[in-house]
Design a protein around this ligand. Structure first.
Ligand SMILES: *[C@@H]1O[C@H](CO)[C@@H](O)[C@H](O)[C@H]1NC(C)=O
Ligand SMILES: *[C@@H]1O[C@H](CO)[C@@H](O)[C@H](O)[C@H]1NC(C)=O
Length: 556
């Protein structure tokens, strides 16, 4: 192994064993739900509640009405703290407030997981407990890796995948979600490398086990492997170190799935590859992408994926809600902001403005935002001429209050929008407040305080009723997936920043993230192909048509 050795900083793994203290929870049920439920049993939150709430909101939303009945001005929340069985009871609630509180902050209850997915998750948690760090099986597996003992892993009960974080927080979340789904499909223990702050943002997702890779991982320089490292799966395949006839499989392989990965590297997605990879005990995967749509290329996986996810457009939605719980520090950022500025708004609109540090403030982008939200998406009211103020003080106060949450590295767009709704009355009389939690000016990779704010803002956006995002933004993808929201996407041809696209935005066909670098060559059959025509329920991405692949609903 030639990659240069990088000393990993030791991590705290004291959270391995956690007391399964079950605290009584006071479930707050929003007044509307009470009204809708009448005498129904609160203990059985079900589809009925969700449908009723969603239906009501939708009617109101699309009617463009702003005169709300009084009870409507109290935001609705959802009391299904375990998200339809996605989450399991029994965690210590003090160690992670967000896990069981998040449902109370979500206006959109989201999709329900299939019973098969739920049972699969429970089996996976048991696997993590049986084989994860702290167990005899883990110690044995680490010893085998250290000694290079490469007996075939088909006889091994415990196999592992280590996910390496890379790039911005959005990319890291998509990569970890991808590694988890692969782990679920292949019955591997998932371990996340704690570098780049991945140990400082989330709670543990698996009851009674850790998902953090402990210090002392014996592969030297594993965190900095490249596509040139001899032990990548692609290189070992090309150099015939492994193949269909291989007797002795190596103890580990690197899986390199960056955007610019070669056809050899991307020979990972086929049944032939999975047959080989299954015999390798340790995989170390690095990607900056949401590779999940590619997992449908293998026939064996497709069957399993169809059973787990009868709604293929909700895969990241379920995985992200299962895996990524803000830790108590981040949850404090989320809830303090929400409670102070957003909680009493009848409607919350999230606008994610992706700009890069060096870009000047763009009046064209501002115009695109206002055209999209006011005219096209009809998410925000249009403005009256200055000096016009309809109604009496009493009637004005009865108008709906709308909160707009802007996230951006810059404050300029927020200031401008806020100024508009201060200097002009809204045509429908709505009271519009515009808020932005932070503006860091420049993206800073792997800085923990920056990541904590970025994570809090993604989460806040996900609590919206409606979402506007910038195309190709992994930050937006995470928010829409967590929220179960199909966003309005502002397409922006980056070769031309002086015109406002027409239309200014389009409604995404799915809430799924785009896989920017879908495979297009099958090494086993030596054939080029177009993944969007091969993978069922997938299309090329509207915001990345050059080889992007996105899962959509069955009826799209
Ligand atoms: C690794 O990537 C670099 C840059 O994209 C490329 O020049 C090189 O050929 C790649 N190496 C292999 C073994 O694919
Ligand atoms: C695997 O085993 C073979 C034969 O025992 C040995 O020659 C080879 O070096 C081993 N490979 C690794 C990666 O340890």
């Amino acid at each position: 192994m030639e990659a240069k050795t990088k000393k990993e900083k030791p991590i705290d793994v004291k959270q391995w064993s956690r007391a399964a203290t079950v605290l009584a929870v006071v479930v707050m049920i929003a007044p509307l739900v009470v009204v809708l439920l009448g005498g129904r049993n609160f203990g059985a939150p079900g589809v009925w509640i969700q449908t009723a709430v969603t239906g009501l909101r939708k009617d109101h939303w699309y009617a463009g009405s702003s005169d709300l009945p009084l009870h409507e001005t109290t935001p609705r929340h959802n009391d299904d703290r375990l998200l339809g069985g996605l989450l399991v009871d029994g965690f210590d609630e003090e160690s992670c407030h967000s896990r069981y509180q998040s449902a109370m902050y979500r206006r959109n209850p989201g999709r329900r997981p299939s019973p098969y997915l739920v049972s699969k998750l429970r089996r996976h948690e048991a696997l993590q407990r049986r084989c994860g760090p702290g167990t005899a099986a883990y110690t044995t597996a680490i010893d085998q890796l250290r000694s290079g003992n490469n007996k075939s892993a088909t006889s091994l009960e415990c196999r592992y995948i280590v996910s390496l974080p890379y790039q911005g927080l959005g990319n890291r979340i998509l990569a970890a979600a991808s590694a988890f789904l692969y782990a679920l499909l292949t019955e591997r223990v998932l371990l996340i490398d704690p570098s780049h702050g991945m140990n400082a943002l989330f709670c543990e997702p698996f009851l009674g086990a850790t998902w953090m890779l402990p210090s002392g991982f014996p592969l030297q320089g594993y965190a900095s492997f490249t596509n040139d490292t001899a032990e990548t799966y692609g290189n070992m395949l090309r150099n015939k170190v492994i193949g269909a006839a291989t007797q002795q499989m190596p103890a580990f392989a690197y899986v390199y799935l960056h955007s610019e990965a070669s056809a050899d590297d991307k020979s990972f997605f086929w049944d032939e590859d999975h047959g080989l990879l299954r015999r390798i005990q340790w995989l170390v995967m690095r990607t900056d992408n949401y590779i999940v749509p590619g997992l449908f290329l293998a026939g064996a996986f497709r069957v399993e994926l169809d059973k787990m996810f009868p709604e293929p457009d909700a895969i990241f939605h379920h995985i992200s809600r299962y895996l990524f719980h803000p830790n108590n520090h981040v949850w404090g950022l989320v809830t303090r902001y929400y409670d102070a500025y957003l909680a009493d708004a009848a409607e919350l609109v999230g606008i994610q403005v992706r700009v890069f540090g060096a870009q000047p403030n763009s009046p064209e982008l501002l115009e695109q935002i206002t055209k999209c939200t006011q005219n096209h998406g009809r998410l925000l009211p249009e403005l009256l001429a200055a000096g016009t103020e309809p109604g009496t003080p009493e009637s004005r106060r009865r108008k709906a209050k709308k909160a707009v949450l802007v996230t951006s590295l810059k404050s300029w767009y927020h200031e401008k929008l806020k100024g508009m709704y201060w200097e002009h009355a809204a045509s429908n009389g709505e009271r519009v407040g515009v808020h932005q939690p932070s503006h860091e000016e420049y993206q800073r990779f792997g800085v923990v305080s920056h990541d904590a704010k970025a994570w809090a803002e993604m989460y806040l956006l996900s609590l919206s009723d409606a979402l506007v995002t910038t195309s190709q933004s992994t930050f937006g993808y995470v928010a829409q997936g967590l929220g179960g929201l199909r966003p309005w996407v502002m397409y922006r041809p980056d070769y031309d920043v002086t015109t406002v696209p027409d239309p200014p935005c389009g409604r995404a066909v799915s809430m799924e993230p785009c896989f920017f670098a879908a495979p297009n060559y099958n090494l086993w059959e030596k054939q080029w192909f177009d993944a969007s025509t091969v993978v069922p329920h997938a299309q090329s991405c509207a915001d990345f048509p050059w080889g992007g692949l996105m899962l959509v609903g069955r009826h799209e």
